[in-house]
Design a protein around this ligand. Structure first.
Ligand SMILES: NC(=O)c1ccc[n+]([C@@H]2O[C@H](COP(=O)([O-])OP(=O)(O)OC[C@H]3O[C@@H](n4cnc5c(N)ncnc54)[C@H](OP(=O)(O)O)[C@@H]3O)[C@@H](O)[C@H]2O)c1
Length: 228
């Protein structure tokens, strides 16, 4: 079977860019999505430049408008601000290819003066809210919600951290676990079904608060490490 293609909705932001580069470094085809085709292409070009400078082998990243990207990707990561997630997913109705797995990376956070709060949506979590909108035939999983963008984007530093993976569709989650495990230094941990989403999203808020208070950056503590 050929390598799966990774697509990233809103892949032009820090979280999407970081994921795109980490996957590209594994040799997988990656498409950065944007609301604007030209912006997607420009960002992809910039990421390819950064990867080239890094000097290790990689698969060149492509840039496409979100809808065109969704039609080509096997795993579609969502990395837009949560407040725009619902409308974005609604706008992509019918765009996903058959067998695609949707991966929610969003966290519903509100940043205040020196603090961050989790804003729990009425459905119980960001992922649950998106599950209601996404066509039932498309499996929804979550991953990468606790991974800080600045860590992902710093490609000269190998990762040494864990990521929580959840989802109700066991086959989709298994495939996603394998996909995440391709990234060197990233250990996917299966934390269960969609009901785990709220806990994971809450952990992100907690970790940001701890990182700010204790000025941690790349330590396992800050990146959610459970130890080898
Ligand atoms: N940053 C982190 O460290 C981090 C860590 C864990 C999880 N996350 C989650 O990952 C997601 C992305 O984070 P980020 O920091 O990369 O976000 P961001 O830079 O604010 O946004 C990412 C991209 O979303 C698109 N976007 C912005 N407004 C939009 C709108 N109104 N409608 C549709 N698309 C819109 C933009 O792409 P185009 O203009 O190209 O369409 C933008 O480049 C968030 O949900 C965040 O909670 C972030």
């Amino acid at each position: 079977m050929s390598d799966p293609t990774v697509g990233i909705i809103g892949g032009t932001g820090p979280q999407g860019r970081g994921l795109a580069m980490r996957f590209a470094m594994t040799g997988l085809p990656v498409i950065v999505g944007s609301r604007q085709d030209g912006k997607a292409r420009d960002i992809a070009e910039g990421l390819n430049g950064a990867l080239e400078k890094h000097g290790r082998p990689f698969h060149a990243i492509e840039g496409l408008e979100n809808r065109a990207m969704a039609g080509k990707a096997d795993y579609v990561f969502l990395t837009v601000p949560f407040e725009n997630a619902e409308r974005t997913v609604e706008g992509l109705s019918g765009a996903f290819r058959q067998g695609a797995v949707f991966v929610d990376v969003t966290v519903p956070l509100r940043f205040g003066k020196g603090d961050v709060q989790l804003e729990v949506p009425p459905e119980g979590s960001a992922s649950r809210q998106l599950r209601k909108i996404l066509h039932p035939s498309i499996p929804l999983c979550g991953a990468g919600k606790t991974l800080p963008a600045h860590v992902l984007e710093e490609i000269s530093i190998p990762l040494d951290c864990d990521t929580f993976v959840f989802g109700d569709d066991k086959a989709a989650k298994g495939g996603l676990m394998e996909l995440m495990a391709r990234i060197p230094g990233l250990r996917p941990l299966d934390v269960g079904g969609l009901s785990a989403a709220l806990t994971v999203e809450g952990m992100t808020a907690l970790l940001i608060r701890l990182n700010r208070r204790y000025k941690s950056r790349l330590g396992r503590f800050g990146v959610v490490g459970l130890g080898a």
